[in-house]
Ligand binder design. Structure first.
Ligand code: HEM
Length: 554
């Protein structure tokens, strides 16, 4: 925009009939050099509205390629964290990109509260499924309406009071987790807990979306689990995520010239993965059409997310049949896009975050003992007792609120997620059009500037979390109420504002039940954590292993 008029005038004034168009006169060359210098050197240094924001690297003033390179080599978070340490909570990552590392004057402005979030960028287009946006990838007003459809079933009160959710939890704990851990302990050998945690998160969320009978059983079916995880790895390939997230248009343009940045197997896996999603949706739709009712359905069979979406769509369209209307082909894809995204969100976050919780506990036996004492002190502990037939049985699952109110359990979860369980993404947002933005001391930031923020960095603010690299659950318990409020304010693992994580209550709930299941009955110890990459936190380039040993504790 800044130089457009000059380019046009250049075309008009310097076009010379009869001259060889491929030869440039010295004046043309000089003008071209001046334009380039102004655009790429003088403007960024002297006139850019971002010029007063400290740059992470001198090249960041002139080109996005410097930060692109850091992203390409997987050093985005580390690079930004180092820049924050050197230059404070506002740094410039590129000519048109800023990163913030403060709640007041940063996150509160960009990620807001309520519905005042800045909009997302095209970075999220990767998460569009079937060409249809979902809550995670929707922009502008569309986001509000998509989120509204499903938000009620993800509320804590809903999750904690639904008999269907309780049945799903009972199935997970009694029939899937306990036998698996029992066998692991009996084998006296190390096991990869990361894979088990992927399976647990996916099994629960799939059952929550579609109902138990139509969901996955990755905890028990190891072959299916490994096939699925491999398919997922190919359709979300960490080695190509830089291109897919940051430069989707470039991938498409290069493909026209037969330059394929992303290999063909990715596209095939993507299609296969999408087909798997529509299969689950179609089976659930058949189940509804057969006359399902929430009250009459056996426990665990309620397809919460699918049903609720359809109910909300019917209300929007004023359809008499409620959730039982037959979806059009486009509605079917809309439903599938949302459901599949929740499974992707689970795979991308839960397994790794929860593995970090288990890793920290495994490294701290005193913390396990303290947690075990607390878990055994409740009215109905999650004891197991193998019966004569070798089956595991538990009389009662503890009430959700009983587990939620256990202080040490809560502190262990908070601290583990603070330290490691955060997504490594920059959560990019864009400054809104038609106005300027103030970020703390930096005023008049124009529209269209990308703003990044990382929970990893926010959680390392020494003023709020002293000795931030240490795992100290007691920091959440032995503190004043002001200190606690400050820590809560800076805890950003699930984002904030209207785009805060939809699944956070589910994630916390199922982590509590799994911790109660494990630490009431077993001790865990680290056998090999070298495959569990400390530097790539949640998604990153994991695909690795975390080898823990389980030992039964009478
Ligand atoms: C420990 C586990 C989890 C962590 C750390 C986590 C973290 C996050 C974060 C940071 C965001 C905001 C992302 C952004 O704005 O770019 C987010 C959004 C979201 N999460 Fe999670 N998540 C977790 C588990 C889950 C689960 C289990 C589900 C699904 C059942 C889920 C569904 C979603 C959805 C749908 C959004 C988009 C919300 C919106 O844009 O309105 N998440 N999550």
């Amino acid at each position: 925009m800044f130089f457009k008029p000059r380019l046009e005038s250049l075309d008009a004034s310097t076009s010379c009939k009869g001259s060889n168009p491929t030869q440039f006169s010295p004046i043309r060359r000089l003008v071209a050099v001046i334009i380039l210098l102004s655009r790429f050197i003088i403007y960024p240094i002297f006139f850019s509205p971002l010029k007063r924001i400290p740059y992470a690297h001198p090249l960041a003033i002139f080109t996005p390629l410097w930060m692109d390179w850091r992203r390409f080599v997987g050093r985005e978070v580390q690079t930004t964290n180092e820049a924050f340490k050197k230059y404070g909570p506002y740094v410039r990552l590129g000519p048109n990109e800023v990163a913030v590392n403060t709640i007041p004057g940063g996150i509160t402005t960009v990620h807001g509260h309520g519905f005042e979030n800045f909009d997302k960028t095209s970075w999220y287009d990767f998460f569009i499924n079937y060409g249809t946006r979902n809550t995670f990838s929707a922009l502008g007003k569309e986001h509000g309406s998509k989120r509204k459809r499903v938000t009620s079933v993800y509320a804590k009160s809903y999750i904690q009071n639904s008999r269907h959710v309780r049945a799903i939890l009972a199935e997970m704990v009694q029939n899937r987790l306990l036998p698996a851990f029992w066998e692991m302990a009996a084998s006296n050998a190390p096991h990869d807990i990361l894979e088990i945690n992927f399976a647990y998160g996916l099994d629960f969320v799939a059952a929550f979306i579609f109902g138990l009978s139509r969901s996955t059983n990755f905890l028990q079916d190891q072959v299916c689990r490994q096939v699925w995880l491999e398919e997922y790895r190919k359709s979300h390939p960490s080695e190509y995520m830089f291109w897919l997230l940051e430069h989707p248009r470039l991938i498409r343009v290069l493909a026209k010239f037969r330059i394929f940045v992303v290999p063909k197997w990715y596209h095939k896996a993507d299609v296969d993965f999408d087909m798997w999603g529509t299969k689950l949706v179609d089976e659930t739709e058949k189940f509804l059409q057969k006359g399902f009712t929430e009250e009459a359905a056996s426990s665990g069979e309620m397809p919460h997310v699918y049903f609720q979406q359809k109910r909300a769509m019917a209300e929007e369209l004023k359809l008499d049949k409620g959730a039982y209307f037959k979806p059009t082909p486009q509605q079917r894809l809309e439903l599938a896009s949302e459901c599949l995204d929740h499974l992707v969100a689970t795979r991308d976050t839960f397994g790794v975050a929860f593995s970090f919780v288990l890793l920290e506990l495994s490294k701290h036996p005193y913390a396990q003992a303290r947690l075990r004492a607390e878990l055994r002190s409740i009215k109905t502990p999650v004891w197991y007792s193998p019966t004569s037939t070798g089956r595991i049985s538990i009389a009662n699952l503890p009430e959700p609120t009983v587990l939620e109110e256990l202080p040490y359990l809560w502190a262990v979860l908070k601290e583990s997620i603070r330290l490691r369980g955060t997504v490594p993404s920059p959560n990019p947002r864009i400054t809104p059009s038609g106005t300027t933005t103030n970020l703390g001391p930096h005023k008049n930031i124009p529209p269209g500037v990308r703003i990044s923020a990382f929970a990893w960095c926010l959680h390392r603010n020494e003023a709020v979390f002293p000795q931030p690299e240490l795992w100290l659950p007691d920091r959440w318990l032995k503190c004043s109420s002001q200190e606690l409020a400050e820590m809560e304010k800076w805890f950003w693992a699930f984002g904030s504002g209207s785009r805060q994580c939809l699944g956070r209550n589910v994630a916390m709930e199922i982590m509590r039940y799994a911790l109660a299941t494990i630490y009431t009955n077993f001790e865990t110890s680290v056998v090999d954590d070298t495959g569990f990459n400390y530097n790539s936190f949640v998604t990153g380039s994991l695909g690795n292993r975390l080898m823990l040993k389980f030992t039964h504790v009478a």
